[in-house]
Design a protein around this ligand. Structure first.
Ligand SMILES: Cc1cc2nc3c(=O)[nH]c(=O)nc-3n(C[C@H](O)[C@H](O)[C@H](O)COP(=O)(O)OP(=O)(O)OC[C@H]3O[C@@H](n4cnc5c(N)ncnc54)[C@H](O)[C@@H]3O)c2cc1C
Ligand code: SF4
Length: 550
């Protein structure tokens, strides 16, 4: 059946439609209702419940929550452990050099911050939103942007009940149209609709390419003697070589919980590199391994983060809609923090929406939001660190870090040595042909400290309806073979943290296999495929990971 023959979709009208129940989307919904209680607000979330697709560190800077819900600290909320000890190490293969806190620019300090599960924070925000009358629909992916007169007029959720080969199964149901006077796109890093909007309205024409990292995380319950509640520890260096950006985080909080994670910058050049295996290797470092001995790994997941910062943020307002949170690129790279700016940007967008609705406006461009963010707390957070990522990429970890530290210090007093540096190539264009790179030998997992991908994905509770069209679209299969496989030696099999992609030999020929049901929605393939030949689109709503508390 082609689209013209399909039954019409039902439509519902709202003042404000929000895509994504992360901190940005929920903060936007709450703030609109705080300012204009009679406004109708709906939030759609592709995860099976709020929080199911949220993966973060997370050490949160409370500036956002303090502004949104000033009483949150006094309430019985999610588990929050105040940071008491803040450490930064540069690792070598067997040693570690701790940088004195006094050397680190004050903006990197975690004093006054809290260690939390961001998924739990989102569940708390969702309760607050619903108490204010916001309608939240988990299990529904926004699959299409609706336009009227070239302005955004809302979104449509995906059709349900389509089989792998496109046929309509017995339970087939068309998606819903959720029409709004303003739509907030808060899809997080590399949002699929956000990507389409950036292309349609040329939002990134005057900004630097967005840069990304892949963040992997395991949640551990460690033995009580290993637990240091309030300890926040970051590392750079080993196991990555000096030319590959990234680092680790270890946060001790709650009931003997340790959030352990590793970020690899996606402008790495060697197609043989595997971010997943680097993370496993990191845990074997003498500084680290003891923390996990005798402990239990509870959960695993992965998610891309936006690293371009200040100079990569596209235009965030366009007719009828706005971008907020990490979808706009508001993450602070050296702090590895974005949730505070997600909340602040959701609030800022909501304030401009409430004003516009109060003036009887609809579906126009909220130019005030665009103009406001750079001089707001978000801009003040991002501007001083804008050269960290370009310096790191250009000079490598050791020299890049030293220069970035100097630049952050001088920016703290309002000076900059470098102006605003450019990022250079987008991440998909940085891989070198495999013939010029060395394969990397990774460890065999021991099943206690280090693991393989499939047993890890199992701990993400990922689930997709199997009989549905593959949501990882390969535009040109021949190009995948001639370039991704023949030139780059199939990096998708290594960068995908969930083992979705495989090149298998069949009758002497390589065949590209996509195990779409394992996808944890990290979006790395959409970012790193060297030919931009893979596009991630939302699968049926409710599919994907089911993170309990990531
Ligand atoms: C490994 C890692 C560690 C991090 N550590 C920290 C930290 O310690 N502190 C910190 O402050 N920040 C940290 N961050 C960053 C932080 O997680 C983000 O800045 C924050 O989550 C961004 O919030 P958001 O609302 O913009 O997007 P997200 O949190 O990504 O939420 C987006 C939501 O939208 C939903 N969605 C997306 N597309 C659609 C669609 N089409 N239809 C319906 N729903 C959709 C998603 O399922 C998701 O629930 C970390 C990130 C990672 C990956
Ligand atoms: S298929 Fe793509 S989005 Fe899914 S887990 Fe793998 S790299 Fe991430």
């Amino acid at each position: 059946m082609n689209t013209a023959e399909l039954p019409a979709r039902e439509a519902m009208e709202f003042d404000v439609v929000v895509v994504g129940a992360g901190p940005a989307g929920l903060a936007a919904a709450i703030r609109v209702k705080q300012l204009a209680p009679d406004t109708s607000v709906v939030v759609v979330e592709k995860g099976s419940e709020v929080g199911a697709h949220i993966l973060s560190g997370a050490v949160i800077d409370p500036i956002g929550l303090d502004a949104l819900l000033p009483d949150w600290r006094n309430e019985e909320t999610f588990v929050k452990t105040a940071v008491t000890d803040d450490r930064f190490y540069v690792l070598g293969p067997s040693g570690a050099l701790r940088l004195p806190n006094l050397l680190l620019p004050p903006l990197l300090s975690n004093h006054g911050n809290f260690i939390v599960s961001l998924g739990d924070v989102c569940r708390y925000l969702a309760q607050k939103a619903e108490a204010l009358g916001v309608e939240i629909y988990p299990g529904f992916a926004a699959a299409e942007v609706l336009y009227e007169n070239d302005a955004v007029a809302g979104i449509a959720t995906g059709d349900m009940g389509i089989g792998k080969d496109g046929h309509h199964k017995p339970g087939f149901a068309r998606g819903m149209e959720l029409r709004g006077k303003y739509t907030v796109f808060a899809e997080g890093a590399r949002g699929s609709l956000t990507k389409a909007l950036i292309a349609r309205y040329g939002l990134a024409q005057h900004s630097e390419p967005q840069k990304f990292g892949l963040g992997l995380k395991e949640l551990w319950q460690v033995t009580p003697d290993k637990h240091r509640p309030g300890l926040v520890q970051h590392t750079a260096g080993w196991p990555l070589d000096n030319g590959t950006g990234g680092g680790s985080f270890i946060y001790h909080y709650g009931d003997n919980l340790v959030a352990a994670g590793f970020v690899v910058h996606l402008n790495y050049t060697n197609p043989y590199l595997s971010p997943f295996e680097e993370f496993q290797r990191f845990k074997t470092h003498p500084l680290m391994r003891d923390t996990f001995a005798g402990g239990t790994r509870l959960c695993y997941g992965a998610r891309a983060i936006g690293e371009g910062g200040w100079q990569s943020v596209p235009r965030v307002a366009f007719p009828g809609g706005v971008l907020a949170g990490c979808g706009a690129g508001f993450l602070n790279v050296p702090r590895i923090k974005g949730s505070h700016n997600a909340v602040l940007s959701g609030m800022l967008a909501a304030e401009h929406i409430a004003t516009a609705l109060g003036e009887g406006r609809a579906n126009d461009e909220l130019a005030g939001y665009e103009a406001a963010w750079r001089s707001s707390a978000i801009g003040r957070d991002l501007r001083p660190v804008r050269n960290v990522k370009p310096l790191w990429s250009k000079f490598g970890t050791l020299m890049g870090f030293a220069l970035a530290g100097l630049d952050m210090w001088t920016n703290t007093i309002g000076l900059s040595l470098f102006g605003t540096l450019r990022h250079g190539k987008p991440d998909y264009a940085t891989l070198k042909p495999a013939a010029s790179c060395k394969p990397i030998a990774y460890l065999k997992p021991d099943g206690k400290l280090t693991f393989d991908r499939l047993s890890s994905v199992y701990l993400s509770n990922t689930n997709h309806e199997e009989d549905q069209p593959v949501h990882l679209l390969v535009r040109d299969p021949a190009l995948q073979k001639s370039s991704e496989h023949d030139v780059y030696a199939g990096p998708s099999a290594r960068y995908c943290p969930a083992g979705v992609y495989e090149w298998v030999e069949e009758g002497g020929k390589p065949r590209f296999v996509i195990n779409a049901q394992n996808c944890v929605h990290c979006k790395t393939c959409d970012i790193k495929d060297p030919n931009q030949n893979i596009t991630w689109v939302p699968p049926e709503g409710g599919g994907g990971p089911n993170y309990p508390n990531m």
